[in-house]
Design a protein around this ligand. Structure first.
Ligand SMILES: NC(=O)c1ccc[n+]([C@@H]2O[C@H](COP(=O)([O-])OP(=O)(O)OC[C@H]3O[C@@H](n4cnc5c(N)ncnc54)[C@H](O)[C@@H]3O)[C@@H](O)[C@H]2O)c1
Length: 348
């Protein structure tokens, strides 16, 4: 574990198996320097346990950085459940997962991520109080996706302002990869402002729903990288900016909600070399965790969430401006800022 390429001084990496329900889960706690680790749970049918581990390690580190950049009193962690979210869910599985979280005594809070919905989280909450993203309850914050999407939309405008001289998106051609929870809400915002949308997804039902709401044009999933778009917005899975896809992109901006968009840090340099402005994913997609943090605080306030979102958009602007003026890749500037924020919170 200590030599794993994605291991970054994680405080704890926990493996859980429950034979009765079939649960196989990994909970990675990257840092609790700023507060309890918080980050969603992803359910995915990984090819190997190694793939699941790599995802848990990378996503949890991303959460530390994300929570720091959103200026939240939270550390970073993430859970992955190894299984098919369409066929592998059961009450027993999420109860076992809830017990796993409870056994960590509050060092990790969970919520929704890919493959997990509010019904699943409600079952988890019967076994542990270290859970957020609930639909009901005194401080319930519900689905974080609309707030994530709002932050991504505002972040895209901040990028457009720097790349095109105006944040106005009317008439801008935008390719959106993934129109699930975040991508779907995002398309609504973009279409409302008059952007011309191309959308791709492997889920035909979601695609059709978004097309009929927004008038977007549907593109085959593999062709989205070749679309003649000014902005590319990834809102599906990670590692989609890689040596195979980057040369195909025509966009001047990459800005979307997906986690871990760069296949490797080197891709951040390659993106800059191509003259593309990249919004670091864990900065632009911090809206959802802000919404979740309001729930964890025990007293949900929409005003507090919106104020934090304003600050987040400003922080993204600082990252972009610093990178542009120092001629540095944006991911490097964001990483430096995030690590400095975490280090300054660590008890002496
Ligand atoms: N939900 C949130 O609040 C939140 C917050 C921060 C980051 N994120 C990240 O945003 C991304 C999307 O999250 P979500 O909650 O919308 O998940 P989701 O499961 O609702 O949506 C993901 C969509 O991507 C599609 N997809 C999968 N593979 C694809 C492919 N090869 N090409 C095109 N589309 C594909 C899926 O069919 C699905 O519609 C994830 O990377 C997630 O980690 C989500």
């Amino acid at each position: 574990m200590f030599d794993h390429p994605s291991y970054d001084h994680h405080e704890g990496v926990h493996f859980f198996e429950d034979e009765r329900s079939g649960l196989k889960a990994i909970i990675a706690v990257h840092s609790t320097a700023r507060g309890p680790a918080a980050g969603g749970c992803r359910m995915w049918d990984y090819d190997t346990g190694e793939d699941a581990l790599r995802d848990a390690l990378r996503l949890s580190q991303g959460m530390s950085f994300k929570n720091a950049m959103a200026d939240l009193p939270l550390g970073g962690g993430k859970a992955v459940i190894w299984g098919n979210s369409r066929t592998g869910k059961s009450k027993e599985l999420f109860e076992a997962f809830g017990r796993a979280i409870e056994s960590l005594n509050g060092s990790y809070y969970t919520a929704e991520d890919v493959g997990i919905d509010t019904d699943d989280i409600a079952i988890v909450s019967t076994q542990t109080k270290y859970v957020a993203g609930l639909d009901t309850g005194a401080a319930a914050s519900g689905d974080p996706s609309p707030t994530t999407a709002l932050g991504v939309y505002r972040g895209i405008k901040a990028c457009a302002e720097r790349a095109f001289g105006t944040g106005d998106l009317s008439g801008r051609v935008i390719a959106v990869q993934g129109v699930g929870s975040v991508g779907g809400y995002l398309c609504d915002h973009l279409a409302n402002e008059g952007a011309k949308l191309f959308i791709a997804d492997i889920d035909k039902v979601e695609l059709e729903a978004v097309r009929s709401r927004t008038g977007a044009e549907i593109i085959a999933p593999e062709s989205i990288y070749d679309t003649d778009a000014e902005i590319f917005s990834p809102n599906a899975l990670g590692a989609i900016i890689n040596p195979q896809t980057l040369p195909r992109l025509k966009a001047k901006v990459i800005a979307g909600g997906a986690n871990n968009q760069l296949a490797s840090p080197e891709m951040g340099f390659a993106v800059q070399e191509r003259g593309i402005l990249y919004a670091p994913d864990y900065v632009i997609n911090g809206g959802g965790i802000i919404n979740v943090a309001a729930e964890i605080s025990g007293e949900y306030s929409r005003d507090w969430v919106m104020t934090k979102l304003d600050t987040l958009v400003d922080t993204l602007g600082h990252v972009l401006d610093e990178a542009l003026s120092a001629n540095e890749p944006t991911h490097l500037v964001a990483d430096r800022m995030a690590r400095a924020r975490i280090a300054s919170s660590r008890p002496a």
